[in-house]
Ligand binder design. Structure first.
Ligand code: ZN
Length: 300
């Protein structure tokens, strides 16, 4: 009888041990909040399994017109570390951090990036915030993220250093890939008309010129007169391709193509990744996608 009791106790003890084991094997992850999807992708690549990444402005969403919701203050309050782009990209962030009551450190991931001025205000203020459009700048983000993660979670130092080194290697390869693709485009064809002033750093790094349509509002659907202006400009400046995201009228696009001979480019991604089913689910895919669109539009 005693033996049986002991056995039951042993079985019960064993059950407790089994139940406790998984909890011990899964230490708590460092909660990191990134303000937008591209930055979130960088943090995931460096943080790996040690971090849990939340984002405020998600895939396919526009940080320019973003308005924080009450749930976002909770996301900030829950984070042990907050990552921002800076350069005026998140004009709403200071107020949100204050409202959340968070005492978490806030990293500006563009720290050390050579800032360029925006051609027009583009809703962001004086600086051009789209620094990630140059892969060399993306590498600066990654180094800053690595250092911030090590400061917040010193036990993960070796992991963060190894992950960052591996990802930086991929970014080096990506940078080479873009340079090779651009060099295959004839030098006099390396220019496009674009309505979204988000590719200044790309232009600076890789030498493809993004020209704003003159005298055309980039906010609204262009009028017939705007289209006539674009046609004159494309002919005069011999621009081989146009990327006009805000023209939804296919007939206007056809008119530009017919009257100028310019190619109509596909979609270029600037400020956000796509959702899981899109063609820019990661930063690397985003840059590759854009380069492919430019290559198709500008090939001789
Ligand atoms: Zn933008």
């Amino acid at each position: 009888m005693i033996a049986r009791r002991q056995l039951l106790a042993a079985v019960a003890g064993f059950t407790v041990l089994v139940a406790a084991a998984p909890a011990a094997a899964a230490p708590e992850k460092l909660k990191v909040l990134a303000t937008f999807s591209i930055l979130g992708d960088f943090v995931k690549n460096v943080g790996g399994h040690r971090v849990e990444v939340a984002t405020l402005v998600g895939p396919n969403s526009d940080a320019h017109v973003y308005a924080p919701a009450p749930a976002d203050a909770k996301k900030v309050a829950d984070a042990a570390l907050v990552m921002t782009n800076g350069l005026g990209f998140e004009g709403w962030m200071d107020r949100l951090v204050k409202a959340s009551g968070s005492k978490a450190p806030v990293l500006v991931a563009t720290k050390g990036v050579k800032e360029r001025k925006a051609v027009d205000s583009h809703g962001h203020g004086g600086a051009d915030p789209h620094a990630w459009q140059s892969v060399a700048n993306a590498k600066i983000y990654v180094a800053n993220i690595r250092d911030a993660l090590i400061t917040a979670d010193p036990a993960g130092k070796a992991t963060y250093e190894a992950n960052a080194a591996a990802y930086l290697g991929k970014l080096d390869a990506l940078d080479q890939e873009v340079r090779a693709a651009v060099s295959a485009i004839p030098a006099d064809r390396r220019k496009v008309i674009s309505t979204h002033d988000a590719f200044g750093y790309f232009q600076q790094a890789y030498g493809i010129e993004f020209i704003a349509p003159q005298g055309v509002s980039t906010e609204a659907e262009p009028s017939a007169r705007d289209v006539a202006r674009i046609i004159t400009q494309v002919k005069k400046q011999k621009i081989p391709a146009v990327f006009l995201e805000n023209i939804t009228n296919a007939r206007l696009m056809e008119r530009i193509a017919q009257e100028t001979g310019a190619r109509i480019g596909g979609k270029l991604y600037s400020d956000a990744l796509t959702g899981d089913l899109g063609d820019a689910t990661s930063y690397i895919d985003l840059i590759r996608h854009n380069m492919k669109q430019l290559t198709v539009a500008l090939a001789a």
